[in-house]
Design a binder for this molecule. Sequence first.
Ligand SMILES: Nc1ncnc2c1ncn2[C@@H]1O[C@H](COP(=O)(O)OP(=O)(O)O)[C@@H](O)[C@H]1O
Ligand SMILES: [Mg+2]
Length: 359
Amino acid sequence: MSIVRFDAVNIRNIQQASIFPSNRINLIAGCNGSGKTSLLEAIHLLALGKSFRTHQIHKVVASGADRLVVFAEYISDNNVSFALGVERSKETTRLRINGCNVGKVAELAQLVPLQLINPDSHQLIELGPRHRRQFVDWGMFHVEQEFFPVWCRFNQALRQRNAALRLGASDTEISVWHSEMSVCADHISDMRRSYVADLIPVARAVVEKLSGITPLDIRFFPGWSGEEQYEHCLNHSIKTDRNLGYTRHGPHRADLSISVGGVQARDRVSRGEQKLIAAALRLSQLELMKIKTRRSCILLIDDLPSELDETHRELFIDYLYKLSCQIFITTTESGLLGDKMEIVDKVFHVEHGNIEEVI
Ligand SMILES: Nc1ncnc2c1ncn2[C@@H]1O[C@H](COP(=O)(O)OP(=O)(O)O)[C@@H](O)[C@H]1O
Ligand SMILES: [Mg+2]
């Protein structure tokens, strides 16, 4: 799959840009502040309807404009062409596939799997469980078709239970939701556990290849004590949850433990190594997706090569070359790739928000 044409209007300092990227490796080069990350942000908006830098869309819309638009001609893995468009302003979001409005971002996201590796990637290792849940659920969403509907059902029941807790409803009124939540929670956790089990061998191999770090281990925590049935856990927690005003345990609190040699990775490896592990983990998700669904993915890599020493950079770039997917890599120096420059198919030069293909 790949984007064959991409247009962006009013994304930060990009007023209007139109590019015809290669279906393999595209290098986006330019000085600091030229608009490289903004181009990746625009591609992210196309696939996910939102930015990876902020939830406040008015910050992404170019100053002076009231809306942004991204458009792409896209070819899927089975060679079907799509016209995709996203228009966003402070008030409205319009998503289009082949000229028809679509109601849910999930429809776009399903069609255009996209993975991002950027200087914040180490958050996966260092920060809270939310980042690791998002990581697992990216895989769930693209690999396990049953996941998304069950996840929506669970969240709907969770919202209702939380509302009942806050309204001071009776135990009976609160526990009306327990059976639905419990059925969904067990299904979600089974799917996540099995995804993580499949990911571990792939992740170990990629992490070792790219960083030399071994032995990596990943453990999954469902979000409540695995010893207990979730329905019992909900029944026991009504009192404490009522005091808190929300449901403390459940799949919305799941986490992963990522460790090296039996020690939490965040306590053991350097920031640079954390970035490398996090990048390798995301790449291993692409490998697993390919194995399980035969689908490829668009990969955005922001600034990463500049954070790696030469040896790791070469290993990383060799690895990217072997991935058969469309990649957009930003860099401040096009010379940074050194001998590896030959793997780049197209170079785009960015200056003051203008993007030109370098011939
Ligand atoms: N809403 C906006 N409107 C116009 N310019 C913006 C907006 N938000 C950020 N910018 C500017 O866009 C420029 C490009 O930013 P960015 O894409 O992050 O650059 P880089 O090439 O370093 O990745 C920066 O100079 C930034 O100040
Ligand atoms: Mg940048």
